[in-house]
Write a protein of this length. Structure first.
Length: 403
């Protein structure tokens, strides 16, 4: 203690020499710095941790906490992620500075697992608080929702192949996409392949680029998609428009001139269409659509919903077709019919033989090519709750940096 007293006395004497010429006030050493010299007290971190937002395979959920207190000063916080409370087997303790919120972007998360954040405060002397652990949390993933039958995702690089089977991670990859594999894990695989000129891999967007003139993908007919009667269907896609949003450009279509559904761009609008012109037991439905305004060179999530889950008979209540853009509803229209089985071809990025539009039926070969980027496309043979749709949309927006 005598040695310490000498040090403190020397500090005070040094400060007394720093007197202003026009004041009698003595300038003393920063009391925090002086406190640190003798600090042997650990910071106190309140045991209140909040989890918010929705994570994805590429992002954790967001965690926040109350500021720690210390008899001198808190230096920083350290955070860890583990598969059990107070563990750090996923992310070791990491200095994140003075922020009281955090979201990991450097770890690949598994939607089937539970995770925990563990946080501690460290003061300027290096003393650490007792750790505080969050409740368990899970990321939200496309497979969380029921009846996922098709999922193509540009962030899954091994699902994208050129003619030689090379992927975007490999030096020999040609940047021409021959096939895009379905990663839904459903009982049937619905991969898409190029039937004409191949779409390209965009190395800036890390996604699939369609040139608007001759590139598209197709998949085979199947009972999951078009060879059975569908009363519930959810289509979710993430796109970026190109310079032109005026001309007709198909993002997805199935069916022909008799029945089907589509998502396409025209007249600076996203258009979600449905039609069933032949009566197979519950009436007919002429072409109906839900539309919303879009802009050029802009990213969007699009959610298309056919909901006739309340079908009981041909004379019963109507179903609905609805659509949303970046999780904002564009409204809905009624349908008197389900989507009955059809052999109309399936196209991604172009018309594939036949379809129907707001101005009538169209028959051809391949046309109305999409000019833009496709990040992701999902198909469910279910309609999910508003909360689930919001979670999915938010997770996709975060995943693909859509603000």
């Amino acid at each position: 203690m005598k040695f310490l007293s000498v040090i403190l006395l020397t500090l005070m004497i040094g400060c007394k020499d720093q007197v202003s010429s026009d004041s009698n006030e003595i300038v003393t050493q920063d009391p925090v710095s002086a406190c640190v010299l003798t600090d042997d007290v650990n910071p106190v971190l309140p045991n209140q941790v909040t989890l918010a937002d929705n994570g994805s395979t590429l992002n954790s959920v967001q965690v926040s906490w109350q500021s720690a207190t210390d008899n001198c000063a808190v230096s920083h916080y350290e955070i860890a992620i583990g598969l059990s409370a107070a563990s750090s087997d996923i992310l070791p303790f990491t200095n994140i500075g003075n922020s009281t919120s955090y979201q990991s972007t450097g770890v690949n998360f598994d939607y089937t697992k539970d995770y925990y954040f563990t946080i501690k405060a460290v003061d300027e002397k290096g003393n650490s608080s007792a750790v505080v652990t969050s409740n368990s949390w899970q990321i939200f993933n496309a497979k969380t929702l029921t009846n996922l039958v098709l999922w193509i995702d540009a962030s899954n690089l091994t699902s994208i192949s050129d003619d030689e089977g090379d992927h975007p991670t490999e030096t020999n990859f040609s940047n021409e996409i021959s096939s895009w594999a379905d990663i839904s894990g459903s009982s049937a695989v619905h991969s898409f392949s190029a039937t004409t000129t191949k779409p390209n891999w965009d190395v800036v967007e890390n996604a699939v680029r369609f040139n608007g003139s001759n590139q598209f993908l197709a998949t085979a007919d199947h009972s999951d998609i078009n060879l059975s009667t569908i009363a519930q269907r959810s289509l979710v896609t993430v796109i970026k428009t190109g310079n032109n949003v005026s001309t007709r450009q198909i993002i997805y279509e199935e069916g022909g001139t008799v029945r089907g559904l589509n998502i396409y761009i025209e007249e600076s609008k996203i258009r979600c269409g449905f039609w069933n012109d032949t009566n197979d037991g519950d009436g007919t439905q002429g072409y109906v659509e839900v539309t919303g305004n879009i802009s050029a060179n802009t990213s969007y999530t699009v959610n298309y919903i056919l909901d006739y889950s309340n079908f009981s008979s041909g004379s019963g209540a109507d179903g609905t077709v609805s659509c949303s853009l970046n999780n904002v509803s564009l409204g809905s229209v009624n349908t008197t019919s389900r989507l009955f089985a059809h052999s109309g071809d399936i196209g991604l990025g172009s018309l594939n033989q036949h379809s129907y539009f707001h101005d009538g039926a169209s028959s051809g070969t391949e046309e109305y090519f999409f000019n833009g980027i496709l990040y992701e496309f999902l198909m469910y043979n279910s309609v999910h709750s508003d909360e689930s749709r919001t979670k999915l949309s938010n997770s996709l927006k975060k995943k693909w940096n859509i603000y």
